[in-house]
Design a protein around this ligand. Structure first.
Ligand SMILES: Cc1cc2nc3c(=O)[nH]c(=O)nc-3n(C[C@H](O)[C@H](O)[C@H](O)COP(=O)(O)O)c2cc1C
Length: 306
């Protein structure tokens, strides 16, 4: 639904901006004095730009630039979007940003006017809609299959325990359990966590640093080593993992415990580490960044052996 909606918005903005820029540019080339667009009197404002004596004596250079920078680019992006090619989703926010930069030059040159402000807002909207469409496309194409991890061994005395809303953290947990040939367990919650509403609901729990009810049907006493894998919610561990850690802190403090954080931002918030350490002793801390459905382990991880 979200992908369909924001792909629709992206199609609208790219065709609207693309045709507008293309037609505007052609009008400038047909009548370089700007008379078709009633812009004859505006050439004087171009004097603040470098090389204005050469480039802005008339509207030829402006017309060519407009056609290339905002016209052809957006029209090509529109066609890619129409064909449902990923490159169209990548280019939409880029050309939204390009439009914003273009309008910034106009803000600098022209007196305040409503059209510039409107087109700057269109640039912001194109950037946002394109970005949301790109994120939604990546989420839809994200692949995870438990059968790809054949070495998980549920008789091992090492346990990987995790919570995951969108399967990004789940994939990290499975990769670690598969590599370590150990057991794995998914913490679930009866609270709403799916979809856009679930995102905001989880955000509410994250913001208040609340615990969240969990379903836990495993005896962690039988494991000597426990690796906890958690997404970051509002700069801290997610609420279901918070519940797990707080409710089991006495047992966890008798075990060899490591924690792995997964987050969107390129950095791991320090508060996330200090909160976990306020409950339990941690032997090893690792951090992953998941951006646009691609996960990167942080290099030179200075957090290890903290
Ligand atoms: C409610 C909520 C709050 C979030 N807050 C942050 C945050 O403060 N910093 C960050 O880098 N990522 C944040 N994220 C992004 C997640 O940590 C990231 O998308 C992670 O890959 C999600 O893993 P999952 O899909 O397995 O649950 C948040 C996600 C949610 C749902």
């Amino acid at each position: 639904m979200r992908l369909k909606l924001f792909r629709g918005f992206s199609l609208f903005f790219t065709i609207f901006i693309g045709i507008g820029a293309f037609v505007g540019g052609i009008c400038m080339l047909i009548k370089p004095d700007g008379s078709i667009l009633h812009m004859e009197g505006m050439l004087v404002y171009f004097k603040v730009l470098p090389f204005s004596d050469v480039l802005f004596k008339d509207y030829i250079f402006s017309g060519i630039s407009l056609i290339i920078v905002n016209g052809i680019t957006n029209l090509i992006t529109f066609i890619y979007l129409l064909l449902n090619k990923k490159i169209g989703y990548i280019l939409t926010p880029i050309f939204g940003f390009t439009l914003m930069l273009w309008i910034c030059i106009q803000f600098y040159m022209f007196p305040k006017n409503i059209l510039d402000t409107l087109y700057f807002i269109f640039g912001i909207l194109q950037l946002l809609c394109g970005y949301i469409a790109l994120v939604s496309l990546n989420q839809e194409n994200f692949k995870f299959n438990e059968l790809d991890y054949p070495y998980i061994n549920n008789t091992s005395d090492t346990l990987v325990i995790y919570f995951s809303r969108m399967k990004y953290t789940k994939k990290i947990a499975y990769e670690i359990a598969n590599e370590a040939k150990c057991s794995i367990y998914e913490i679930t919650t009866p609270e709403r966590t799916n979809g856009t509403l679930g995102f905001w609901w989880c955000g509410r729990f994250g913001m208040h640093k609340w615990k969240m009810d969990i379903n836990l049907d495993i005896d962690i006493n039988k494991f000597s080593k426990i690796i906890i894998v958690t997404p970051i919610w509002v700069f801290r561990m997610c609420s279901p993992i918070r519940t797990f850690i707080i409710d089991n802190k006495d047992i966890l403090n008798t075990k060899d415990v490591s924690i792995i954080f997964n987050h969107f931002n390129p950095w791991l918030p320090k508060k996330a580490i200090s909160e976990v350490k306020s409950y339990i002793n941690i032997n090893n801390i690792t951090s992953f960044t998941t951006m646009l459905s691609h996960t990167f382990k942080k290099k030179n991880n200075c957090l290890s052996k903290s």
